[in-house]
Design a protein around this ligand. Structure first.
Ligand code: HEC
Length: 467
């Protein structure tokens, strides 16, 4: 180990000398310039977010643009720091997955070195004639899915009061025949938060977003159907620092793009969650681990994953256990970051798995004082809505592998069905009801009441252990 370090040091010291020798007669190559080297990297890897009106990923909007030398120059040192530490571009899958997911955001070692050397070398401008014309981004009013076919909002303006820290509000809207004359297959979905206090939007059946989510664009041939008359159930979560003047109005929206009329995609896209509700994270525990599994009872195409935990979330791992006994790590997120609720998406066609495959989800939380995001290391933390309580959801997007198959018979069996069922059982015990005989609406009400009680009992969204 020591020897390796010494060797590295020698190499590190020697490298600049070697470089200087090589570049004796070509000084320009020694320090990259904005126009010569940096602009093209920014265009490819950063401007999707860092531009005026850039991508709004569920409320995460890059606060500065890097679309000109003038805009970028003041950030040079910060860029070097962010790139060196791996914080930018934001991407949290383990390096082993390089090349696996289509929406991967990462720099090659060469791109990294160029940005760092540029900053360290004084961030020179270079000669505009060295660069192709700057990339022109289509103005789409911030919609990254292109011109939407249908935009719907939550139906009313809602004021998030000054004293709110966490608040959950439900709205219902209906897709009228005027808005949507006939059923259509959805090609893409994008959410637009209407206030900086929006922490997440869930709008069933369109899924939802949380900070850092990309909009959903289905691969050609994959889609979900939306019909006139459908009810959209909005579940809004607002989260902010409370205080005078922090209140704001919200009217969040969702935009849809459709496939051409009369087109039916071969594969109906489904999203299900592997979830657990009955975990209990002890105070101070630096590595509390929970697992849950789901089984696929038909050949399926895995399309992507979205791990979801809250502030104490530490790592997430999806492992496939195939019927032949072999295992494969599907997704490893070693340093989960709550601010970036990434959907890890496969290229066209997804990843085919045989019937009988079991997927095991393992998540870990850091409830110690060493976790800078931890709101309260002395709390026993259980399932709950607020970011100060925890969640364990491993969303899986998939389709049946057989083209044209109607998936209303599910191709996904929650094996440890106990997780969801346990929560239902707790509701039955708490309210003295029979879950199976409840209407969908009553279930929702009791589920929310249970969550409200958990939140109230815990004050800050935590429940003391033991009960
Ligand atoms: C997916 C969108 C996205 C991409 C791609 C992206 N950024 Fe960012 N960047 C952000 C957001 C959002 C923030 C603000 C972070 C926050 O508020 O915590 C940010 C912040 C930054 C900051 C400021 C950090 C600070 O607080 O000082 C720098 C510097 C930066 N990004 C550099 C880059 C560079 C360089 C690239 C490309 C190699 C890049 N980013 C790619 C979204 C992005």
């Amino acid at each position: 180990m020591k020897q390796a370090l010494v060797l590295l040091l020698i190499l590190a010291l020697a490298a600049p000398l070697a470089a200087a020798n090589n570049n004796n007669n070509n000084d320009a190559q020694a320090t990259p310039t904005y126009y010569g080297d940096v602009q093209s990297i920014l265009e490819q890897e950063c401007q999707v977010c860092h531009r005026p009106n850039g991508a709004n990923l569920g409320g995460m909007v890059a606060p500065m643009a890097f679309t000109s030398y003038k805009e970028t120059r003041p950030w040079a040192r910060s860029i070097a720091r962010q790139v060196e530490s791996g914080l930018m571009p934001p991407w949290h899958a383990a390096p082993r997955h390089a090349g696996t997911f289509v929406n991967e955001r990462s720099l090659t070692e060469e791109q990294k070195a160029t940005l760092i050397a540029w900053a360290k070398g004084g961030a020179p401008m270079g000669n505009a004639a060295d660069a192709p014309p700057a990339k022109v981004w289509k103005r789409s009013d911030g919609w990254t899915i292109g011109e939407p076919d249908l935009i719907m909002d939550m139906g009313q303006d809602f004021f998030v009061e000054d004293d709110v820290e966490d608040q959950y509000v439900d709205f219902e809207t209906v897709i009228t025949k005027e808005m949507l004359p006939e059923p259509r297959w959805i090609k893409a979905v994008e959410f637009r938060p209407g206030s900086p206090a929006v922490h997440h939007i869930i709008a069933r059946p369109f899924g939802g977003i949380a900070p850092g989510n990309d909009p959903t664009v289905y691969h050609d041939g994959f889609g979900t159907l939306v019909k006139p008359g459908a009810t959209i159930r909005w579940n809004m979560h607002y989260h902010k620092e409370p205080g005078p003047g922090t209140g704001s109005w919200d009217r969040s929206s969702v935009a849809l793009r459709f496939y051409p009329k009369d087109y039916r995609p071969d594969y109906v896209m489904q999203t299900k969650s592997m979830a657990k509700f009955d975990f209990e994270i002890p105070p101070g525990d630096p590595n509390y681990v929970a697992t849950t599994t789901a089984k696929f009872d038909r050949d399926s195409l895995l399309l992507g994953y979205t791990p979801h935990m809250h502030l104490r979330g530490k790592s997430a791992r999806y492992v496939a256990k195939y019927p032949d006994g072999t295992e494969e790590v599907l997704l490893d997120v070693p340093r989960y970051d709550f601010d970036w609720q990434t959907h890890y998406k496969y290229p066209v066609g997804g990843k085919r798995i045989p019937a009988g495959t079991e997927v095991e989800l393992t998540m870990a939380w850091d409830n110690s004082a060493d976790n800078p995001a931890n709101p309260d290391p002395t709390a026993t933390v259980v399932y709950g809505g607020p970011t100060t309580a925890e969640m364990m959801f491993g969303f899986v997007a998939f389709a049946d592998a057989e083209p044209g198959y109607d998936p209303s018979n599910t191709g996904f069996l929650s094996q440890q069905g106990s997780s969801q069922e346990d929560f239902e059982k707790r509701i039955e015990e708490r309210f003295g009801v029979d879950w199976d005989s409840l209407s969908e609406e009553e279930r929702g009400q009791l589920f929310r009441r249970m969550r409200r009680e958990q939140r109230r009992d815990g004050g800050e969204g935590t429940v003391s252990g033991g009960e």
